[in-house]
Design a binder for this molecule. Structure first.
Ligand code: APR
Length: 236
């Protein structure tokens, strides 16, 4: 049987692609007020400001490319039974070749109509006056999960964690729940747990093992070990 692996990624995996992390020194939440740009209340108060914040992030993404860590996870998906969950709203996993990426915090390149719930590709530059192609309301927002909103696909993620043999968290500070609690769910299921991060995260104590260093180096090496193990086990 193929090994069941759940990988959770965070902003740290995309840092070396040039996308900012949130809580590192100089990170996004030191430059912007989270309450103003990443909450439903902030959007209600000043939608143009919120759209501009995400427009800037979409522009950054347009100039970014996946690196060795994203690519290694695409290779891992061929070797094991992988559930790839990301908190990231970028699409660098998909660009690296991973299929079926679970975006628990939504996607920067998608829009959501607050009036009718229709989802569509987002314009590179979203404007307050833009209209929904399904219902014509000028009520489009980025299809991202803001603080105070329910992350997407939780049932599917919890089901995968309940069956996991191995859980890995990569490039996430462990400051934001529910993702920061996945390690406990995995341990309750009897999974091995490992964190791959630049430095110990806020949840470091909950993991059995840590591999510290930049994701572009640690993730390919870790994946190579898993793929070799899967081959030895006759799974590939
Ligand atoms: N390689 C590995 N880890 C890295 C690298 C790197 N090159 N660079 C930074 N890191 C680590 C940092 O040490 C930090 O622990 O990545 C982590 C990034 O943490 P955050 O900025 O808090 O990002 P994340 O955990 O993804 O944030 C969770 O918070 O604001 C929200 O919705 C947003 O999805 C996001 C959520």
């Amino acid at each position: 049987m193929r090994q069941k692996v759940v990988v959770l990624t965070g902003a740290g995996i995309s840092a070396e692609s040039g996308l900012g992390t949130f809580r590192d020194r100089g990170g996004i939440w030191s430059q912007y007020d989270l309450a103003e740009v990443a909450t439903p209340e902030g959007f209600a108060a000043d939608p143009a400001k919120v759209l501009d914040f995400y427009n800037a992030r979409r522009a950054n993404l347009a100039g970014a490319a996946p690196h060795a860590a994203h690519k290694a996870l695409a290779v891992l998906g061929e070797a094991v039974d992988l559930t790839l969950v990301t908190q990231n709203i970028d699409d660098l996993h998909e660009q690296a070749g991973s299929g079926d990426v679970i975006h628990m915090h939504g996607e920067l390149r998608r829009s959501l109509c607050a009036a009718c719930g229709a989802r569509a590709m987002a314009a590179e530059v979203m404007r307050v006056a833009d209209r929904c192609t399904a219902c014509n309301a000028a009520a489009l927002r980025p299809d991202v999960v803001w603080f105070g909103e329910m992350p997407y696909h939780m049932e599917r993620i919890e089901d995968a964690l309940a069956e996991a043999d191995l859980f890995a968290a990569i490039g996430t500070s462990g400051e934001v729940y529910p993702a920061a609690g996945f390690v406990e769910l995995a341990r309750m299921a009897g999974a091995e747990t490992v964190e791959l991060n630049l430095e110990p995260s806020a949840r470091a104590g909950a993991f059995q093992r840590a591999i510290l260093g930049p994701a572009s180096e640690t993730v390919p090496a870790w994946v190579a070990g898993l793929v070799a193990g899967a081959r030895l086990g006759g799974d590939v």
